[in-house]
Design a binder for this molecule. Structure first.
Ligand SMILES: *[C@@H]1O[C@H](CO)[C@@H](O)[C@H](O)[C@H]1NC(C)=O
Ligand SMILES: *[C@@H]1O[C@H](CO)[C@@H](O)[C@H](O)[C@H]1NC(C)=O
Length: 220
């Protein structure tokens, strides 16, 4: 046995016998952690829903005010207001003379700024043309953050064991399933991201017809 081979064998033997032996590199650099969401931000999102429908969403996240507002335009669809409050209530409405509203009690708050805490780091990947750090949480959300600017580039929801987590993101049951009765995913591309931007309260005041019908309860 040559000296080189001998070293190789003994190295493998040590690793085999003592699995706690690790390469020095793996100890020295802890995996990156996702940047928490700013307490207030505006993002323009370009989404592809599981049904194949495309949607543009103006997301106005406001943790101090306890609300998450999604102004939604589906392709050639009606303009929808989705105002989610941290007390569990969501208002889905359209405005105008024939405006409609549905109030849903989800029984959970909006996502916390640190909702990605504890996510598994999966390394880097080029996504939408950006070099990203990638994390996955509970087989449900895949999150891509630009390595250079630490801004989110994209997040994807997928069918997984923890489908009930969709409730946390207020993905209404009406929209959860594809034509086969199965959830398959929502892909969200982040087109703009303005930390600190806020929406005036007057814009998100639910119209009077939201308060005349009985709220629907969403099963968690
Ligand atoms: C939650 O807060 C919103 C906004 O303040 C309010 O309109 C709604 O009635 C509240 N829901 C409950 C269940 O208290
Ligand atoms: C509202 O509904 C009525 C009755 O269906 C319809 O005739 C009218 O065109 C609608 N108005 C608008 C602005 O959509």
């Amino acid at each position: 046995m040559s000296c080189k081979n001998f070293l190789l064998y003994t190295t493998w033997l040590i690793i085999f016998i003592n699995p706690s032996v690790e390469w020095p590199e793996s100890n020295s650099i802890p995996p990156p952690t996702p940047t928490p969401w700013p307490e207030q931000f505006h993002a323009l999102l370009c989404m592809k829903l599981y049904s194949g429908v495309h949607q543009i969403t103006d997301l106005w996240y406001d943790w101090p005010k306890g609300r998450n507002v999604n102004l939604q335009q589906k392709q050639l669809g009606v303009y929808m207001y989705d105002v989610e409050w941290n007390n569990g209530t969501s208002f889905y409405y359209t405005k105008g003379i024939n405006g409609t509203c549905q109030t849903i009690e989800f029984g959970v708050g909006i996502p916390r700024p640190d909702f990605l805490d504890g996510a598994n780091y999966l390394g880097t990947q080029v996504k939408d043309g950006f070099l990203c750090n990638v994390w996955e949480k509970v087989d449900f959300i895949w999150y891509y953050e630009d390595v250079a600017t630490k801004r989110p580039v994209r997040w994807d929801f997928y069918d997984g064991k923890y489908i009930w987590l969709l409730v946390l993101f207020r993905v209404d049951a009406r929209y959860r399933l594809n034509q086969y009765g199965k959830f398959s995913g929502i892909i969200t591309h982040v087109m703009t991201f303005e930390a600190g931007a806020t929406l005036p309260d007057s814009v998100v005041q639910a119209p009077h017809y939201c308060f005349t019908a009985k709220p629907k309860r969403e099963d968690v």
